[in-house]
Design a protein around this ligand. Structure first.
Ligand SMILES: [Zn+2]
Length: 234
């Protein structure tokens, strides 16, 4: 007596993650580009079989979307990354005997002396610090022009916003802007500083934003068209 293992028709491809939702009204496939997966949103009362069928019907569309995502870039030895708009070659010198990681940024290289097998987190922390120093100076310089003071500047790893301005005069920026062309970083800083004067996107706001930017058009267009590329750094 034997039995056959049936391959059921409800197997899902590995790039789909099931999410049950109480609020959702319809079946949906939502792309999580950071993790390169689709979340299959299943509302209450929809049976799993129907949800799987829906996912299968959209397989070729999902595969196409995934193939269009730019491939991730890791801060590995020999990789070139832009820092403040200039190409830098990452050179990692691994030495067990070192007691801590030391990172030096020169004109065209990022030199990493480390005892870590994977100094990725150290590199990110270093870039964040560089970004903080630079943005502190740049934002204050722009705020001075309009006679405003910045309460506090925060550098974060935000997923959807590159910068923000709070009512209390605090500014926040994504550390990833250090990897954008310089005019794009400059534009985002000008944008948030201009919000110290206008907490809206009125005509006068955009006029001030342009005045505070070094290259308003190129910076703004780059962020709109290519901003998402900053997420490919891992
Ligand atoms: Zn704004």
């Amino acid at each position: 007596m034997g039995f056959t293992l049936l391959k059921t028709d409800i197997d899902l491809p590995p790039y789909i993650k099931i999410k049950h939702s109480k609020r959702a009204k319809h079946l949906a496939l939502r792309l999580d580009s950071q993790n390169r997966v689709f979340n299959l949103i299943i509302p209450q009362g929809i049976n799993l079989h129907k949800a799987h069928k829906f996912a299968h019907e959209n397989e070729s569309w999902m595969q196409k979307r995934l193939s269009q995502l730019s491939s991730p870039i890791y801060f590995n030895n020999g990789i070139e990354i832009p820092i403040f708009g200039k190409t830098h070659l990452i050179k990692i010198d691994h030495d067990e005997k070192l007691r801590k990681t030391n990172i030096i940024l020169n004109n065209n290289e990022l030199l990493v002396f480390t005892n870590k097998d994977d100094p990725d987190l150290r590199i990110k922390r270093f870039l964040k610090k560089e970004m903080r120093n630079h943005v502190n100076a740049l934002a204050n310089e722009k705020a001075n022009i309009i006679g405003k003071t910045i309460n506090k500047i925060q550098i974060r790893d935000t997923k959807s916003r590159w910068g923000s301005c709070s009512v209390s005069g605090g500014l926040s920026f994504s550390w990833r802007l250090i990897l954008a062309p310089y005019e794009a970083l400059d534009y985002v800083v000008a944008h948030e500083v201009a919000h110290l004067e206008h907490l809206n996107h009125s005509k006068s706001f955009w006029k001030l934003c342009e005045k505070l930017s070094t290259n308003y058009n190129d910076g703004k267009i780059w962020m709109r068209k290519n901003g998402h590329e900053l997420m490919q750094y891992r």
